[in-house]
Design a protein around this ligand. Structure first.
Ligand SMILES: [Cu+2]
Length: 496
């Protein structure tokens, strides 16, 4: 039996999972059946890896093709792409193509209906990458209490979809993934200073009195090591630049749990795209704010010869490894870090000044709450007071659970999703298989900023418009692994 045909045939069992996918009639082609005679454009192998962040600092985890981040995948917008993924682990895995407007059968979430790749087997994903821009791929299992699984592991990489025309002229580009390693559970919650919102004690007074049922906060995740890509600050090659160049920084926060502020000493960033999508109003900023799963494309004018540090503004984590040296030609000496003066970040600064988004067909309120887990326990998360059920074996069955209320939409409708965060944590809210438009951030209106993930601050309010233009089950969740794993997830369902 032809191996490829066998794989395509076995993938077809997905069709029997009760999925409705109105716009995706040719499931055979999507599953690679039609393309089974051609070689894959890429093969990915999921297997254990070791990463040497610095001499003697070795991380043992799992990754793609022997590295972490996995290989940088560059594809052409609109050209069909086939990838064979072999899972060499002892448990099922799958690959999510974050930010792609593709079918639920290949999107890479079992909750939507993508078949998992069983241990020891190979599956082909075939899809047409769209839209252009800085996307990424990563595992989409659930970790729960296992800190060697899902996004705590090294299963992530950049997926760059080349556009027909590039927004912003530049001389060279760098892909930088922010990462923490060696996670552990802790009962202490680290509160980093956040210049964009009032102090924690003021925010806590805004909390509904009964929100935690009297229990203290549950477990959080801490990390022992930090890096940008696979090296700790001061180890590995610096980014070498020349005076007068324009450098395009393509930044990904590949963290399972942490929001980050990033600066390059002596320089500013001109933000040209958020989550890979060109912004209406590129702006120069001193500091980039990037939540888990978010991407920022920013141009830096290299006009300050020297040797500098690009890294997190969090001193302990930067000196712990989350940085990279930027070295001008002919310049020497120890790299210089300067704390940026302006840490402020406002998504609406990048919005258009023109018309507001059109009137939506419907408005859907989504309230996020935490039920404290108590010392040594896990906090539970709710959307409109319901939690997604916990996973068995790290994967969920495709059918929606009766314990959640799916967000119901009609094809073609424009829906204003109003997020109300009634917890003091920040939540990077992600919607699969669609882009959404920012409408307002904490009451400040905006338009034209298209994203797939947006951070809702503690007790924050965010409104986004979702156009229901990609039928099929669509996952909606917080990208903070600990929140997603403990209930912060639901499905968007299209009416048939
Ligand atoms: Cu969250």
């Amino acid at each position: 039996m032809n191996r490829r045909r066998f794989l395509a045939g076995s993938s077809l069992t997905a069709v029997g999972l009760g999925l409705r996918s109105g716009r995706w009639p040719d499931l055979g082609a999507l599953l690679g059946q039609g393309g089974s005679r051609r070689a894959a454009d890429l093969t990915l192998r999921i297997a254990p890896v070791t990463i040497e962040l610095a001499p003697g600092h070795v991380v043992r985890t799992v990754g793609y093709n022997g590295t972490s981040p996995g290989p940088l995948v560059r594809v052409r917008e609109g050209t069909e792409f086939a990838v064979d993924v072999t899972n060499e682990l002892a448990y099922p895995e799958l690959v999510h193509w974050h930010g792609q407007l593709i079918s639920p059968i290949v999107d890479g979430a079992s909750e939507e209906g993508t078949p998992p790749i069983p241990a020891g087997e190979t599956r082909r994903y075939t899809f047409t990458p769209s839209p252009a821009g800085t996307r990424w791929y990563h595992t989409h299992t659930r970790a729960g209490s296992r800190l060697d699984r899902s996004l705590y592991s090294g299963l992530f990489g950049f997926f760059y979809v080349e556009p027909k025309s590039e927004p912003g002229r530049y001389d060279h580009e760098v892909f930088l993934a922010l990462r923490e390693w060696d996670p552990f559970f802790t009962n202490t919650e680290e509160e980093e200073e956040d210049p964009d919102q009032p102090p924690a004690d003021v925010r806590k007074q805004q909390a509904p009195a009964d929100k935690d049922l009297g229990k203290p906060n549950g477990l959080e995740v801490g990390y022992r090591r930090f890096s940008i890509n696979d090296r700790a600050l001061g180890h590995g090659e610096p980014i070498r630049v020349k005076e007068g160049e324009r450098m395009m920084v393509r930044l990904l926060n590949a963290s399972a749990t942490e929001v980050r502020r990033i600066a390059l000493a002596g320089h500013r960033f001109t933000v040209v795209a958020l989550d890979g999508n060109p912004v209406p109003n590129p702006q120069s900023v001193e500091t980039l704010f990037v939540g888990p799963a978010e991407r920022i494309d920013a141009v830096v004018e290299m006009n300050q010869p020297g040797v500098w540090v690009l890294g997190t503004t969090h001193d302990e984590d930067r000196t712990g490894g989350m940085g990279v040296v930027v070295e001008y030609a002919g310049q020497h000496g120890p790299p210089v870090w300067r704390k940026p003066e302006n840490l402020h970040w406002d998504y609406t600064a990048f919005g258009g000044s023109g018309a507001a988004p059109p009137r939506p067909d419907d408005r859907i309120e989504l309230v996020f709450r935490k039920r404290n887990g108590g010392k040594g326990g896990f906090n539970r998360w709710t959307i409109n007071d319901k939690s997604y059920p916990e996973a068995a074996g790290g994967l969920m069955p495709p059918a929606a659970s009766p314990t959640i209320d799916p967000i119901r939409v009609h094809e073609g409708g424009r829906y204003r999703l109003a997020f109300r965060n009634e917890s003091d944590d920040q939540h990077p809210i992600h919607i699969h298989r669609h882009l959404f438009e920012l409408v307002s951030i904490d009451g400040r209106p905006t338009a034209g900023v298209m994203k797939d993930t947006v951070v809702v601050k503690g007790f924050g309010r965010v409104e986004v418009d979702l156009v229901a233009n990609n039928p099929g089950h669509t996952l909606f969740h917080c990208h903070q692994q600990l929140h997603m794993d403990y209930g912060f997830m639901t499905l968007i369902e299209y009416a048939s």
